[in-house]
Ligand binder design. Sequence first.
Ligand SMILES: Cc1ncc(COP(=O)(O)O)c(C=O)c1O
Length: 590
Amino acid sequence: MYNGKKILAVILARGGSKRIPEKNIKLLKNKPLIAYTLEEAEKCTLLDRIVISSDDEKILDICRTYKCTLQTRPKELAEDSTPSIDVLQYVMKETEQQEKYDVIVLLQPTSPLRKSAAIEECIRMLIDHTVDSVQTITKAKEHPSIMFKKESDHFVFNSKEFQDPKGEYYVLNGAVYAVTASVLKSGTLYGARNKSVIMDQSESIDIDTMDDWIIAEQRLEIRNIPLSAPFIEEDDIQAVVNVLRTSTLSLGPKLQEFEEKVAAYIGTKYAVAVNSGTSALHLAAKAIGLKPGDEVITTPFTFVATANAILFEHATPIFADIDEHTYTIDPNEIEKKITPKTKAIIDVDVFGYPSHKTELAAIAKKHNLKIIEDSAEAIGTTYDGKKVGSFFECGIFAFYPNKQLTTGEGGILVTNNEEIAKLAKSYRNQGRGESGPWLQHVRIGYNYRLSDINCALGISQMNKVERILAKREKKAELYTKILSTFPEITIPPQSTEHRKVSWFVYVIQVPKRDEVMKRLKQRGVNCAAYFTPLHLTDFYQKEFSFKKGDFPVCERIAERTLALPFYTAISSEQIEYVCKQLREILDELQ
Ligand SMILES: Cc1ncc(COP(=O)(O)O)c(C=O)c1O
């Protein structure tokens, strides 16, 4: 038993890996499998039950020396089918009737590494990493092996026996274990029969030497790390495919379901899904009634859409400098910018960190201002236990693929205000009224609709929002643990008792940022300077005559900020690699 998971070990017959009939593979679906030796299985305390199943007398003889449940290979199994898999099928059928196991451990009597601690570690890794980020390189031939690297969630198939001088890898023998990675990766099996499993031919490589391994690692993206990546699992894909089989691809049931899910999660009465975060911001600006000439105070340290939404309604963005500790708008600076023309504030929970909600609420009350929360980067962030996006007139979230959750493209407006929800729904759909004929338009409108295809993906992502956010938090914690020991670096603002970060990006402050960024990229570590202060972008400078020095705190921070690779499935090994490169570069630049 580990982490509440029941673990069953099955000792397979030797050489039972040549053929893998598809019908049998279905049994393995969604079950993590690992392989190891019998002797060590006995010593491994995590295993709840060990079943040895074989018709090979020699194997059974060995097994009898250990305290295992013996199960000879059932005679009724077909002659020509794979013994190992048939045994597994038999055992699973049997165990299904008795107890459910979360993890099946296939134990191969011939595995070269024999350490029970290693089995335990393998099991822990499989459970801890769950099933989301297994990447494979394969050139599986007749007897491939899979290398399972310590502290890694990567599998590699090998065509020959792999030399492991440093004792760094767990080696899982046999084609049957190629199934393991396939099942782990996708929940389905692609391969079968003699040729075994083919994951992605373009990535194939024979691993015969340590050099091959290094190349393989690079291909595994251990050394080519993206800045961000969506987190898409099999259920997400299925959700989209299922919608494609229906006749309602837009304005269908998935739209409403998605909106209800988000509203319930954020804690607002209404949610209006649209085709981007920018569209959501525009509808928010419109729905709160911004008019030409109105002034709206916002932060210069944000993505351009925040301020553009103000311009869409011919209102004027007025920037106020930021708090250097949270990177969010500084309430004291807001007060200084208020004039009789000020109508609203667009408050940004930048990088997933909550802004100063209490102070903003007081300012809004005192000056009778409306507030839009641009929480595009902050789904799940809380302030005093309450989700951001639900504090003021309305809030928005964005679902571009770099966000915590994605709908491909998409955004959503959330509100407790019935009138805002009603207007946003109408604006989104060409200004149509709540009822009436399709070609009757009661106000100006846009096509900001989000298709049911996107919404289905959104629902599927929402179903695992807590798991995704918890994973991201774990990844951020690892970065923080390592980077806290780098004296040159300022780590991002962290969660506190009252503020819970939903990790969107991992942004550090670092000296000589541009040079560090250049050198990191040369080493395959993608990173970005988030954000260029909006007042210093060409368009805003030209349009509003902003100049350097206008918002000194924002400028000072923006000169040093660097977003490191960060996404739900980034591995610990990748994070360690990024940090190692960063350490070396900082030393070089001293
Ligand atoms: C703070 C902020 N606001 C608005 C948006 C716009 O969202 P979208 O790209 O979906 O239009 C983003 C997107 O990155 C953002 O970071």
